[in-house]
Design a protein around this ligand. Structure first.
Ligand SMILES: Nc1ncnc2c1ncn2[C@@H]1O[C@H](COP(=O)(O)OP(=O)(O)OP(=O)(O)O)[C@@H](O)[C@H]1O
Length: 272
């Protein structure tokens, strides 16, 4: 069922469409280190796709290939039916791919609101000159940007901290602001690098709910790296498992959970 190109409806009523992102035979090397070894997998429209694996497996490298930070030596990246030429991260962002980082990357001295506004940059078309010469269009754009940001602030329930400098926020809220900034770009594909890292149980539950809501209400496709297995198994439609740069498993949470190679990798069973 799930490896055909047909769309299907999940048990909880969401529609998963055809292939959005197709990674074909990706190999990425850093000097002598092969961080990714000939990996193929896809991400389908509307799904929540997890990438898991032990430390150093190559997960962040894979996310960096998707977001255009790294360019693989071998393999092809296909997005919505077209082979993607090597692109700069901002060009990838313009295609509708936004991300958060493993270590929060916000402007600490700026307010929550201003941080989220930076997520709108890919939508800002009128520069300074246009703003000076063509006030109507620039004003309209500014209003649209403000409205989009306000919708996200409401959605993620962070009204109370909108004027607060990010440096004053606890860790869990900073993660939520980072999610807000990524959402401000109105991405088609949202990449989350360890969204639960460093969170307590309650914060993890909140973040899980927001990810599910973003997927459900905005129809955003999500690809996430996460170490918390409980969360991964709970919220993902499909999981790809990496170990030492290789793909060792790919399927639904229950398929992956019962995959012997995956069990061995997590238990630290020696490789040939
Ligand atoms: N910029 C880089 N330069 C050199 N080696 C790198 C670079 N980035 C990653 N690597 C190496 O590639 C391999 C995979 O690293 P990567 O960070 O992708 O793994 P990971 O699965 O995300 O790990 P973790 O769960 O610890 O974040 C590691 O051996 C790492 O040392």
């Amino acid at each position: 069922m799930k490896d055909t190109f047909d769309s299907y409806v999940t048990d909880d009523g969401r529609t998963i469409g055809g292939v959005m992102m197709d990674m074909r035979g990706i190999t990425l090397r850093f000097g002598g280190v092969e961080a990714i070894k000939d990996i193929s997998f896809d991400i389908r429209e509307g799904e929540i796709r997890a990438i898991i694996g032990p430390n150093g497996a190559g997960k962040s490298s894979m996310l960096n290939v998707i977001s255009g930070f790294y360019h693989p030596q071998e393999g092809e990246v296909w997005f919505r039916g077209e082979k993607r030429p090597p692109m700069k991260p901002y060009q990838v962002a313009r295609q509708g791919i936004a991300r958060t980082f493993q270590n929060i990357a916000l402007f600490e001295g700026m307010s929550v609101l201003d941080n989220i506004m930076t997520g709108r940059l890919t939508h800002m078309k009128s520069g300074m000159l246009a703003q000076a010469l063509w006030m109507g269009k620039a004003e309209r754009e500014e209003t649209e940007n403000r409205e989009a940001v306000e919708r996200i602030i409401d959605f993620l329930e962070i009204q109370a901290i909108r004027k607060t400098p990010v440096s004053r926020l606890p860790y869990g809220l900073k993660k939520r602001v980072e999610l807000a900034r990524a959402l401000a770009a109105e991405p088609k594909l949202l990449l989350l690098d360890e969204p639960m890292a460093g969170m307590n149980v309650e914060e993890k539950e909140d973040m899980s709910r927001y990810i599910l809501d973003v997927n459900d209400e905005f129809g955003t496709t999500v690809a996430l790296i996460e170490h918390d297995m409980g969360v991964v198994m709970d919220i993902s439609d499909r999981v790809v498992v990496m170990d030492y740069g290789r793909k060792i498993g790919d399927g639904t949470p229950s398929e992956v959970r019962n995959n012997q190679d995956v069990i061995d990798a997590y238990l630290g069973v020696a490789h040939d």
